[in-house]
Design a binder for this molecule. Structure first.
Ligand code: ZN
Length: 100
């Protein structure tokens, strides 16, 4: 059930994909941890996106080998961003599982 403060499904989708604007998780994390609706939508998208992370990174790595330097830099930035996101997300999952 949607309540006041609930996030749009598109925002939850961006969070799960790791493309939400900076600060979104900090701003809404507490709400999600207390809201069954938002948490369940986020988990649903996460189960979709989590399977895609590793092959995507493998594809980026294979691109790295054959790219021009400027393309390589862009790929490295993308990978770093994905890595940072995953680390932040692991912390968030631990936080979600914390007994209230
Ligand atoms: Zn909510």
């Amino acid at each position: 059930m949607r309540s006041e403060g609930c996030l749009d499904e598109s925002v939850l989708q961006e969070l799960a994909a790791g493309i939400a604007p900076e600060g979104t998780l900090e701003q809404h994390g507490e709400h999600i941890s207390h809201c069954d609706r938002c948490a369940s939508i986020l988990k649903r998208y996460l189960s979709i996106f989590s399977d895609e992370v590793t092959p995507e990174e493998q594809a980026l790595i294979s691109q790295l080998k054959s790219s021009r330097p400027e393309t390589q830099r862009a790929i490295v930035r993308k990978m770093l961003r994905a890595t940072i996101w995953k680390e932040r997300f692991r912390k968030f999952v631990r936080w979600l599982k914390k007994p209230l």
